[in-house]
Design a protein around this ligand. Sequence first.
Ligand code: B3K
Ligand code: ZN
Length: 873
Amino acid sequence: MKDASSRAIHLSDYQPPAYLVDQVDLTFDLRNKGTKVKARLELRRNGEHNDPLLLDGEQLNTLSVAIDGNKLAESDFIMTSTQLRIDNVPDVFILETEVEIAPESNTALEGLYRSNDLFCTQCEAEGFRRITWYPDRPDVMALFRTSIEAERDMFPVLLSNGNPVSEEQLDNGRHRITWEDPFPKPSYLFALVAGNLALLEDRFTTMSGREVTLRIYSEPENIDKCDYAMESLKKAMRWDEEVYGREYDLDIFMVVAVNDFNMGAMENKGLNIFNAKLLLARPDTATDMDYQGIEAVVAHEYFHNWTGNRITCRDWFQLSLKEGLTVFRDQEFSADMGSRDVKRIEDVRMLRSHQFAEDASPMAHPVRPDSYIEINNFYTLTVYEKGAEVVRMQALLLGDDYRRATDLYFERYDGQAVTTDDFVSCMESVSGRDLGQFRRWYSQAGTPQLHVSGEYDADKGKYSLKVRQELLTISGQKESLPMLIPLAVGLLDSEGNEMPLRLEGAEAEPHTTIMIEVTEAQQEFLFTGISHEPVPSLLRGFSAPVKLHFDYSQEQLLFLMAHDSDGFVRWDAAQTLHQQLLLEKISNPDATLPTAYIDAIRKVLLECDDLALATELLALPSESYLGDQMEIVDVDAIHAARESVRFEIAEALDEELAGKCSELASDDAYEPVHEQIAARSLKNHALSLLAMTGTDEVRELVESQYMAQQNMTDVMAALSITVQRGWQPLSRRLLEDFERCWSDMPLVMDKWFGVQASVPATATVEAVTALMSHPAFTLTNPNRVRALVGSFVMNNPVAFHREDGAGYRLLADLVIELNDKNPQVAARLVRHMSRWRRYDEIRSALMKEQLEHIAAIPAISRDVSEIVNRSLA
Ligand code: B3K
Ligand code: ZN
């Protein structure tokens, strides 16, 4: 258990390490009980000082400590539960320790732990200290050699970072394999896997002609589900060569799937470890979204090899240096593999609905936080997704110079642990620009608001855009200064054509999209040579992570939605329109939808050639996003309004929707390719709207789609429509069938848990509680917890926010139970009550009561206590 009383760590207190490690030799003696780790560290004093040697450790049973071969007496060091201190060490010396650890009872899934019959590790951010005594901080980069010894029958495969250098058969049925990693790395990138694993092998020839062996390992029964991950890996390797000039650097690249994992995956050098959910797929077990997730995450972890591993973070405040940049890289990779517009829309939807909410919550923090209590709490949407936007803006501002700037970054900092400032300095060196003001994106929390208005002067042929930026001060942040905001703008003429644009005073040739740079609190931009009043198309491509306000009429929104050349702006106009009508419906439930709106929806459904974009244009904002637009979130009114708008659309367009469903139905063999995914997404969206009518025909259609069992995407679409709509007895029958088919495949059962936890009815609270006793459910597996309870708190506002507080009690009881079992997962879940102040008096009091209840538990973990205390502050 971590010590909850720990103090905050501040960026301003950063000190370089007092001792550096040149070489680490680890020897693991893996046992079902009594696992031992020997470590031999070659240490060296860093600079002139007499500071003691301080090493980190947690839950280690220390058997011996020796310096330069001399065993130390207990009086020679000071050992606490988290630190080993040795005074008066030589300038250069060898430290040897031996510890005993207990992976078999490690339920926190940090450090070395057991997942079924596997041994595996997770060391980021501070898990390595649960394996051995070490200066466990990213700016200590060392060469690792790792020997693993274990029983041969049960653990035939023994893996660690780098290349295998020797294998020995030992007595008593044991064997030992030694690995050597030629690249210096921080301890958080260390990895070890041991078990009975099957192997999928392939090869990749790098751009300079080197042969790399690619290996994906999984439990033997799942090796038939690794092909897509392998294809994704090869595409990612090629893309990184072509787009960033980055070549893989070892002779072997390994990926392992494990069942019990706290997050998605981990980029350990040469040995990525994946949550099985993000690696395994077969058409009958995985949906289109699962396939897309696998492609993106395989690429993300691979891209870390350069952005994270070769160049790493100086300290954990710099986390976005690797995460923001790597997310931007994986977003661009996915855009190149599929539809650029749709990928951008998906990313913006995620940012706006979750990161903006985080930015407006008690957990708000800058992309580069100033302080933390538990670093695991800062693997957030702000560090990842907003961090990616901050890199994207630099790429936009630099244009062609961006690639030259990343080349410089890789050249200048290879093999080092650096800061986000160092990254920006490369952008400055190459472009010759001063990005001083831009750096505020790293240090100021909160979402900037951009208020824009337009004015046309017919006599002078000029169009003026007045822009005002505002960043509300978030408590704890001294002042909010204006940001540099790149705002991509186009102007449409009355026919919907792009006007050539020239900014007053600018020399450049006219363009149809101009990037204006907003730098002041208030600013005016003048476009000249404008022959008639245009409709402005603003924030094209979502050029900055801001909230944009422009007083568009409904007519203008319909116009942009139909005509703009920018996919994001078309979608954004549709979203604004949906949102206006939904909010209107909330305040006046009897209001009916305007004919022009229904006509526009019909047009998208029938005429939009890009089927994936059409699905996005038709999608209504989520209930939680609508809640964010209200002063006080009215959960029930939002749900009712959204249902009623969907019903009205379905009634008005039932024939068109049915037509689309049959037109897009297909017998082609499943492939996770863009055209097929787009067609399935539009078909299933149309089907879910049509289902609002609840006619016998549509029920039969949905049932037959389920029964056809063509692929998991269509099966899940049919199942979730049936269960959500509460169609009995069909719902019960399909759920039973699904359970029968998949009860031996936990990853697929997660979908079954998720769909039931998302039923928007008050009784779902009891249903979720009952499902927690289902034989396929276990609290020790994070995927199960996320599938059942995560879906309930995130996708089901009606049930989670039930007025008697039963949803909050369910969550709080679970958080308390997980607090000592798996604090990371507990802390993730408890966040969902952090915005309690946004709800009505009854609900906010009930949530606050549960937060206080959690805060009062005696052995509260650092992870949970930080979130709960910030929420209550
Ligand atoms: N770097 C890991 C995340 C580690 C989370 C530690 N709590 C995965 C990733 O972002 O690629
Ligand atoms: Zn990452």
